[in-house]
Design a protein around this ligand. Sequence first.
Ligand code: CA2
Length: 159
Amino acid sequence: MTASKSSAASSVPSILVLHGPNLNLLGTREPTIYGHDSLADINARLDGLTQAAGVPFLSFQSNSEGVLIDFIHTAPQKGVGFVVINPGGLTHTSVALRDALSGVALPFIEVHLSNIHAREPFRHRSMLADQAIGVITGLGVRGYEFAVMWALEFLQKRS
Ligand code: CA2
């Protein structure tokens, strides 16, 4: 499990980027599917985007479904206003993760590095997608960047 936080003004809602199981392996294996960037590379780029906009950034990765759910439960208290999530393999199985996101009622975008619809049939279904504001799939690391840019606009319009 890894968590990181970058500080900015306190009352501004933050953007939380959540990474699900096995995404800590990014950059070490399967580069043809998931690219060469490590999770730290991705988080650093997203941190740069949010810092430029003066919005606090939080990221968290866990290989455990329960730990991810507990983190989501505490997100509102942490001042999170928007979630970007790559649920990894839990995308296709986890009613519990879906319920956790619904439970905290935070707007979220689901991101996948690979195009889940161009892969095995069991990856075509997402348990979260219909609850998401949007889904970005198959654009690699850029997908996270687009999602965070969209979240920044969303929070700016709300403020
Ligand atoms: O394309 C995506 O982002 C996925 O969410 C990645 C998940 C997969 O189960 C989903 O169907 C699609 C797998 C994450 C595993 O990441 C690895 C990274 C490097 C090496 C091995 C696994």
